[in-house]
Design a protein around this ligand. Structure first.
Ligand SMILES: [Zn+2]
Ligand SMILES: [Zn+2]
Length: 86
């Protein structure tokens, strides 16, 4: 499990920029969207663990709320696995 998290923490480019501004935006977003949005849309309830950029920063995405999504760990991994196989 620990190993998994380590991998997860340094995995994805668009989550590397943990600057102060982003941390504030993320905390605010997750407190107003405390449940995983992907699970919710499928009628399930899971606690959101992180905020994902729908359009990656590396592709010109922003920290705007319209580009953010609260996700649980497993949904987040699924989204990134899908991208990798594209
Ligand atoms: Zn989820
Ligand atoms: Zn992500």
């Amino acid at each position: 499990m620990e190993r998994h998290y380590e991998h997860f923490a340094r995995g994805y480019d668009h989550h590397k920029r943990y600057d102060e501004r982003w941390r504030r935006i993320r905390n605010r977003y997750i407190s107003s969207h405390p449940l995983c949005e992907r699970c919710q849309s499928q009628g399930r309830y899971a606690e959101a663990k992180l905020v994902h950029h729908i359009k990656p920063l590396s592709a010109g995405g922003t920290h705007d709320e319209s580009n953010l999504q609260s996700l649980c760990i497993s949904c987040h991994e699924k989204i990134h696995q899908r991208r990798k196989s594209e």
